[in-house]
Design a protein around this ligand. Structure first.
Ligand SMILES: CSCC[C@H](NC=O)C(=O)N[C@@H](CC(C)C)C(=O)N[C@@H](Cc1ccccc1)C(=O)O
Length: 659
């Protein structure tokens, strides 16, 4: 038998490699994981960003595709990666971001319609462009620029924009004064004159922005650039001369700023959030002159995307329970009409939330995917859905042949609240060994998604495990009161939402009570390690990038202040809660074998968290292994690390709770 230090040449290693090759090899060089769908206002042309794997090495590059005659056609042949395609309002020019000159450093490129030549780069900004927006008159392009030392959110993999592999291996990790390269700024490019200028003033960190009329920009900004500062950011209005005015502050978080084309109204989403850029919440409209704010009734939709169609109609997309919803708001009457309400996810398998773009006649370009539907680009309207192109290939067919089925499930928590989730089961009858896959955030949501947005779900199902993907209180899609239930109670009532799910699945004959396992990343890693200290029914657990000790987490994480506030809004009982809710403090009660996984470059949940729990379990005689990937941040994303990780996950469950 191979030692625990090696995963290759084991039965599970051979299976995982064979599985990944069968799924991905037929798709090498082809688009997968669609996101950022965009469409011209007349609906004639679309563009979408896709991941492209060329082999099982490194991380996928990204490329832009358009759909013609039912097939994807690559838009740009530039080397490196390209993403974020946006048509000008007249549909004649495509703006996008590409890292042709320096890998990982994205700059604006423009391509005129019908131009047979390659896209032209705009003058370079100092840093990397994260997003772009055309002004409503089509004369300018707004660029959101991150300095090369700016922090990345957990969902982006954590760490900073500095690619660690560019430094010499001996070079120390240095943290000292916050330099210019840590900030996020706004720039405006005018294609007709070729002039590029910085819009946001020094000292204002702009996380996200959109136009508000042709001469102003609405931005989510703060006065410091640290990842933790995002949680207190305000909505500001910046005019082209650089004047700044604060429009709105909030007790929770603000995101998705979007001004009407005439600049009279700014739309923004207010939401309780755990992660930067993952905003799903209430739609607010602000009258720019009077400052008056209206909260819009979107019929229970947590809004995740805004797109003004004209000065009056605002298109929105979002999530309601497990469904994706698109609608159009008449901003004068406040009335909404829904374009679709569908159980398929509309974010693509790596798009974190429902996303899409509107045509002038109110159709919506989105990506459809579900556990049994590989991502496809779709144009939806009154006449139904028109599939423009699909990412399916023999590899996705193979995945469908081994990945079983998915179904929505619900159950009652001990306090009577209904909780929902998605259950993935192998073919055949239960009871199955069950792995509960706990999502991160905690404010995010599983929907019926391709692969459930992770490679481990279909892999476990292929080996005979049922996988429950629960949305405990704190998840998105159920309104702000539901999401807010986890704030100040992490590891509280959500613990019982998960335990009651297991009881329900055992009662229903789906799950074998002697073979229940846990896996989860980030907040899901916290919950996986927490649950094994609260209940002894678990046969195996795999906490990935977990929090296990809130005291050290809140001394070492780059979102320490968020963690402290989310543990307890009141400083009075924070110290007690810090101990109470830390898995390491309760490690003496745990009996479950744990595979603790971390990335050495993770600033969000630093690897010491996994180490602490591992050592505490060992000290109590509980089987535990620690696996730290030296080149990974928050999550395990690169190859071959992913092959090794998936092999260890499978081997751990098969050893402690065989299917
Ligand atoms: C409790 S400490 C902070 C946890 C973090 N929330 C705030 O930053 C978190 O759970 N983030 C998740 C959010 C996501 C929407 C699910 C996150 O960043 N997850 C990453 C990384 C990851 C993936 C798999 C395993 C471990 C980490 C992601 O889902 O890509």
């Amino acid at each position: 038998m191979a030692s625990s230090r090696e995963t290759a040449h084991t039965e599970q290693g051979d299976f995982v490699l064979g599985h990944l090759l069968a799924v991905h090899e037929p798709g090498f060089g082809k688009p997968s994981n669609l996101r950022e769908p965009h469409v011209t206002r007349d609906g004639t042309r679309t563009v979408v960003t896709a991941d492209v794997l060329d082999g099982l090495r490194g991380r996928p590059r990204t490329a832009l595709y358009t759909a013609t005659d039912g097939r994807f056609r690559q838009v740009s042949a530039l080397g490196g990666s390209a993403r974020s395609g946006r048509f000008s309002p007249d549909g004649r020019t495509l703006a996008f971001l590409a890292d042709r000159a320096v890998p990982g450093v994205f700059q604006l490129h423009l391509r005129a319609d019908g131009d047979l030549g390659e896209a032209e780069p705009a003058p370079a900004v100092p840093g990397t462009v994260e997003y772009l927006h055309w002004s409503p008159d089509g004369r300018r392009v707004l660029l959101g620029v991150a300095g090369l030392g700016a922090e990345l959110s957990g969902g982006q993999g954590s760490g900073t924009n500095h690619a660690a592999d560019r430094a010499e291996p001996w070079f120390p990790h240095v943290e000292d004064e916050v330099g210019d390269e840590a900030w996020r700024s706004l720039w405006v490019y005018t294609p007709a004159t070729g002039v590029l200028h910085r819009l946001s003033p020094e000292g204002l960190n702009c996380w996200e922005a959109g136009w508000s009329g042709p001469d102003r920009v609405a931005a989510i900004s703060s006065t410091a650039p640290g990842e933790d500062d995002w949680y207190d950011a305000a909505l500001t209005l910046i005019d082209l001369g650089g004047g700044v005015r604060t429009l709105l502050t909030s007790e929770v978080q603000l995101g998705l700023p979007a001004g009407s084309p005439d600049g009279r109204v700014v739309a923004v989403v207010e939401a309780v959030c755990s992660d930067r850029w993952l905003v799903a919440g209430d739609l607010l409209l602000l009258d720019v002159e009077s400052g008056e704010t209206r909260r819009i009734d979107t019929r229970g939709v947590d809004v995740t995307r805004l797109d003004w169609i004209d000065d009056v109609r605002l298109g929105y997309l979002g999530q309601r329970h497990l469904n994706s919803v698109a609608g159009v708001l008449d901003t004068t009457s406040g009335g909404v009409s829904e374009v679709f309400d569908t159980p398929v996810a509309c974010g693509g398998s790596t798009g974190m939330h429902t996303d899409g773009a509107f045509t002038a006649d109110g159709r919506v370009c989105t990506v459809h995917d579900s556990y049994r539907l590989p991502p496809q680009l779709v144009l939806s309207g009154e006449g139904g859905d028109r599939v423009l192109a699909s990412t399916s290939h023999p590899g996705t067919d193979h995945l469908l042949s081994v990945a079983g089925t998915s179904a929505p499930v619900s159950w009652r928590a001990p306090d009577g609240l209904e909780i929902e989730g998605i259950l993935c089961t192998p073919d055949g009858d239960g009871p199955f060994p069950l792995v509960v896959n706990i999502h991160g955030g905690p404010i995010w949501q599983f929907r019926d998604m391709w692969s459930m947005r992770s490679q481990w779900v279909p892999l476990l199902v292929a080996r005979g495990y049922a996988v429950l993907n629960p949305n405990p209180r704190g998840s998105s899609g159920r309104g702000q009161a539901f999401a807010g239930m986890v704030a100040g109670d992490m590891g509280g009532a959500d613990t019982h939402d998960i335990l009651s799910a297991i009881d329900a699945l055992v009662d229903r004959g789906v799950a074998d009570p002697t073979r229940i396992g846990l896996i989860g990343g980030s907040y899901g890693g916290f919950m996986s390690s927490w649950l094994v200290t609260q209940d002894d029914r678990f046969a195996a657990a795999v906490p990935v990038a977990p929090v296990t000790d809130w005291r050290s987490q809140n001394l070492t994480s780059n979102i320490a202040a968020w963690g402290a506030r989310f543990l307890s809004p009141s400083p009075d009982d924070r110290e007690a809660r810090t101990l109470d809710r830390s898995p390491v403090v309760h490690a003496g009660k745990a009996r479950t074998p744990c595979l603790n996984v971390a990335g050495a470059l993770d600033n969000c949940t630093p690897p010491g968290q996994a180490l602490e729990f591992h050592r505490a379990l060992r000290a109590n005689g509980v089987p535990s292994a620690l696996v730290v990937y030296p080149q990974e941040g928050h999550g395990v994303r690169g190859y071959p690390a992913q092959i090794d990780f998936l092999t260890r996950v499978l081997a751990w469950f098969e050893r402690h709770m065989p299917a």
